[in-house]
Write a protein that binds this ligand. Structure first.
Ligand SMILES: [Zn+2]
Length: 243
């Protein structure tokens, strides 16, 4: 505790000696990361906000990292304060249905209702509506694409996943996360997997050491000059063609 107090005192001492010019510079908004020039990776968290979202947000904030959350409406409803924090702290939001059905196996009106209900829950929790869709299990067909088009949303899948839901093992999760993180990648993770959230400080530090900037999905797409229309799917699955 005493060390904490003395470092606080040291910070105060530095602050009062700042000239007005440098004080202004310190407040200037941070320059946006240009992912066409530097290595970027988009970490994405599905099915949340999960139980451990608060701890995850603390880690992301500490390391100045941004992420994208593909939210499940039922948990948005039960944990709205995390959604509010995600928006306030500069993360991107996506829609991941309300109750996680396989969209290929339900009626079109049900797909529509699942998406709409989640949009409304997020709007109620945080005042914004997600602009990206990730269908449950990443399962896409023409019906899903049609409904995504109605909502004006592109469909975002992933380039690799850390398989946390299957291993639930911190060492394996970190190893796989580092393996699938490549320039421009979109990595699938889950904030309901405790071991993922526990490993996150170590994963973020290792990625940064390798020169990666942790950004949102939209920033990664922009860096690669990918322009998606509503209903388009990215990355394009085998046998699929965007309109
Ligand atoms: Zn999911």
């Amino acid at each position: 505790m005493s060390r904490h107090i003395s470092s606080l005192l040291a910070i105060t001492a530095v602050c009062v000696t700042l000239t007005p010019t440098s004080a202004l510079a310190a407040q200037a908004p941070k320059k946006e990361v240009d992912c066409s020039q530097v290595k970027c990776v988009a970490l994405t968290f599905d099915d949340g906000p999960g139980k451990y979202a608060g701890k995850l947000l603390d880690t992301l904030k500490k390391y100045d990292a941004k992420a994208t959350f593909f939210l499940e409406g039922q948990y948005v409803k039960s944990r709205p304060s995390y959604v509010k924090r995600m928006v306030a702290e500069g993360h991107e939001l996506g829609n991941h249905s309300y109750t996680h059905p396989d969209f290929r196996k339900v009626e079109k009106w049900d797909v529509r209702a699942e998406i709409k209900k989640t949009q409304e829950a997020v709007k109620k929790a945080a005042g914004v509506e997600p602009k990206l869709l990730r269908p449950p299990y990443g399962m896409v067909d023409l019906q899903v694409s049609d409904v995504a088009t109605e909502f004006g949303m592109p469909i975002i899948l992933w380039t690799g996943g850390n398989e946390d839901w299957s291993s639930k093992n911190a060492t394996a999760i970190k190893k796989k996360s580092m393996e699938v993180a490549k320039p421009g990648s979109i990595v699938l993770m889950h904030d309901w997997v405790k071991q993922t959230v526990d490993s996150m400080p170590s994963i973020v530090k290792s990625l940064k050491r390798k020169g990666y900037h942790l950004v949102t999905v939209s920033e990664v797409l922009k860096g690669q000059d990918v322009k998606l229309e509503p209903g388009d799917v990215y990355p394009v699955p085998a046998g699929w063609e965007n309109k």
